[in-house]
Design a protein around this ligand. Structure first.
Ligand code: ZN
Ligand code: ZN
Length: 397
């Protein structure tokens, strides 16, 4: 990957000071409160609930709804997400989405505001502390500028944010008779936690984890990170398929963001949820792994040749047998992929033409079977690759 040519803008003392001071205060006051005050349960619960609410407003609102338009939402839903999102002190939707769209479009280049090639701290929070050359360029969020709720939130960002934070934390404090505890935990500590868990998506998620869908950029999948970011940790998937309302694609992936959106759609507050079809995702995973395998084989080619000469017959047989297996498995995957594509288009056509429900249900079942067959074939193929690479690694050693 090309080396970054760092261009550090002018220091923004307000941003830098704010990020550093809030983090220090959260640690000092949090520890002080924990040691000296007997009542910590209610502030802890307040902190947890607000962390979930405010974090989800970034995940389901700022990110998946406003930045990527992965679903449509009612004005009430947009209003709630905009107001709760203001509480996070991460700028207005318009500014946040502008940086984020630029990040996706120019990922890992000098035009990426949180370019991960510049190191952990730059992508985590350094980029916020210095004035970027894109600061006033909102040309990539014209749709949001036209949206009355986003425009309103942008204009009154600070009054909304302060009113929410003061109103909710002091209100909870009065209810639980512990204003100081609530302000420290549900206010200050929560803001800092949401800050850094969001920032981790730009730093950690571009450094540590797996790349099942693409190694063309630095984005990685991390289940552990998904746990702290309400599902945003599946970042390799997200960069590969940014229009999907899910980041955790499988039902068992921890992704409260997608569950909230699904719940909103169930209540009629959200609709047109966009999903990338399974066959497209699995094809990407298959092609990604296959390209790696061939690179690895090329890499081992010479060593393999020498080893083969030494070992002659036996090894040849092992290699050939495995290679044949691989070819057969790949053919099975190709077949399963095209089967799934055919059933998916038949199913879509049946829905468009409003065929009888029973017919659509039956096509749906066929599609699920095809998906299952494909997943099995892919797993089998991946097992085979592991076996093959193990044999090769033994030869390599
Ligand atoms: Zn994104
Ligand atoms: Zn990213």
């Amino acid at each position: 990957m090309a080396k970054a040519t760092p261009e550090i803008g002018q220091l923004q003392p307000l941003n830098a000071g704010f990020l550093i001071i809030t983090a220090l205060l959260a640690v000092v006051l949090g520890a002080w409160h924990l040691i000296t005050q007997p009542q910590v349960i209610a502030p802890f619960i307040g902190c947890l609930v607000l962390y979930l609410m405010c974090g989800l407003s970034i995940t389901a609102g700022y990110h998946r709804l406003f930045s990527h338009r992965t679903y449509k939402a009612s004005n009430l839903a947009k209003f709630i997400l905009a107001v709760v999102g203001s509480a996070n002190w991460q700028n207005s939707i318009i500014e946040w989405a502008s940086d984020h769209r630029r990040h996706h479009r120019f990922v890992d280049t000098d035009n990426d505001p949180y370019d991960a090639r510049r190191g952990f701290w730059w992508s985590h929070m350094g980029w916020i502390m210095f004035r970027s050359r894109f600061h006033d360029d909102l040309s990539n969020v014209k749709d949001l500028i036209k949206d009355p709720i986003c425009a309103w939130q942008h204009k009154y960002y600070w009054p909304i944010s302060i009113a929410f934070n003061v109103g909710v934390t002091v209100g909870l404090g009065i209810l639980t008779d512990n204003i100081l505890g609530m302000v420290i935990w549900a206010g200050l500590v929560r803001v800092v936690i949401v800050h850094h868990t969001t920032f981790f998506i730009n730093s950690w998620a571009h450094m540590f984890g797996a790349q099942p869908y693409s190694d063309q950029n630095t984005a990685k999948d991390s289940t552990l990170l998904a746990f702290f970011t309400h599902g945003e940790g599946y970042h390799n998937y997200h960069h590969a398929f940014e229009t999907d309302y899910r980041n955790g694609r499988m039902w068992y992936h921890y992704d409260p963001g997608k569950w909230l959106i699904a719940l909103m759609s169930y209540t009629g507050m959200a609709w047109d949820l966009r999903r990338i079809p399974d066959d497209m995702v699995l094809r990407r995973r298959f092609e990604e792994r296959r390209s790696h395998l061939w690179l690895q084989l090329k890499d081992w080619g010479e060593v393999w040749e020498t080893w083969k000469e030494d070992m002659a017959g036996v090894a040849m047989e092992t290699q050939d047998a495995l290679k044949n297996h691989l070819v057969t498995a790949e053919a099975a995957i190709d077949e399963a992929l095209s089967e799934l594509r055919t059933t998916r288009s038949a199913w879509q056509k049946a829905q468009r033409n409003r065929l009888p429900k029973a017919e659509i249900r039956s096509l749906n079942r066929t599609m699920r079977t095809a998906q299952h067959t494909l997943r099995e074939a892919l797993n089998e193929w991946e097992r085979m690759i592991d076996e093959y690479t193990l044999t090769m690694a033994a030869a390599h050693a």
